[in-house]
Design a protein around this ligand. Structure first.
Ligand code: NAD
Length: 250
């Protein structure tokens, strides 16, 4: 992947852990300077250290993606520090309650929508304003396989990820002729802390779900990150408005 994004500036939300951390590292390995954005300062600092130790350049900006002033400041700080914004991976997300509808509290719906949908909405706005001013860019939103098919014990999460797919397609159509490409990745199960939370206390169910996966295994965060970097590169110049399943069929 080396050199695919040489000289570019990339921003990754949810970069303190899991898929976001792997994505930040993959952007750096591809030659980009990286803004590591997350609400978790400790995990983000570890991501920045991992990038600098491999010879890359990274900056941590603390952000709560549900807060518009935070998100505006994130893009402003990116441009102030690195001069521009070429690639963005809107990846911060949460699972919320794992239960069928009537056992899921209403405030879980509000929180999951706030982080997973409003967070992406706010990030897209701030990023696109900057990309329009520059004349182009590429954005990838992390949706999920649960964003294209139902999930009986994750009704709010699945609804939020369907919304991310709808947002991605709509916004991509609006800005295609401005040189801004916007896609979503829809990963199946990926081996991160989020997956541990999904199957907490149910190792047998985790194992049975693993056996049922398309490839007979869970994806790795690095494999999702490689797809994100490719979608942001000129190698994917014709790709926009897609919701791309990764490691799964939907
Ligand atoms: P993770 O829990 O390991 O990482 C999520 C990151 O998002 C954390 O660093 C967390 O601090 C950050 N975050 C949460 N709320 C935030 C907020 N309000 N502001 C800023 N940062 C915030 O999870 P992951 O598995 O790496 O998931 C990353 C994305 O991938 C999520 O959107 C998730 O829904 C999606 N996804 C994960 C899987 C999977 O199986 N792991 C599958 C499909 C989609």
């Amino acid at each position: 992947m080396s050199g695919l994004l040489e000289g570019k500036v990339a921003l990754v939300t949810g970069a303190a852990a899991g898929i976001g951390r792997a994505s930040a590292l993959a952007f750096a390995a591809a030659g980009a300077r990286v803004v590591v954005a997350d609400i978790d300062a400790e995990g983000s600092t570890a991501t920045v250290q991992a990038i600098t130790q491999s010879g890359g350049e990274a900056l941590f900006v603390r952000v709560d993606v549900t807060k518009a002033p935070d998100v505006t400041a994130l893009v402003a700080r990116t441009v102030e520090h690195f001069g521009r914004l070429d690639c963005a991976h809107n990846n911060a997300g949460m699972l919320g309650t794992v239960a069928p509808l009537i056992d899921s509290p209403d405030d879980n719906f509000d929180r999951v929508m706030d982080v997973n949908v409003k967070g992406v909405w706010l990030c897209l706005k701030a990023e696109i304003r900057q990309m329009l001013a520059q004349g182009g860019g590429a954005i990838v939103n992390t949706a999920s396989s649960a964003g294209v098919k139902g999930s009986p014990t994750l009704p709010a999460y699945s609804a939020s990820k369907h919304a991310v797919v709808g947002l991605t397609k709509s916004v991509a159509l609006a800005y295609a002729r401005d040189g801004i490409r916007i896609n979503a990745v829809c990963p199946g199960y990926v081996d991160t802390d989020l997956l541990d939370r999904l199957f907490a206390g149910e190792p047998e169910r985790k194992e049975s779900e693993r056996r049922g996966t398309l490839l007979g295994r869970f994806g790795s965060a690095e494999e999702i990150a490689a797809t994100v970097v490719w979608l942001c590169s000129d190698a994917a110049a014709l790709m926009t408005a897609h919701a791309l399943p990764v490691g799964t069929v939907v």
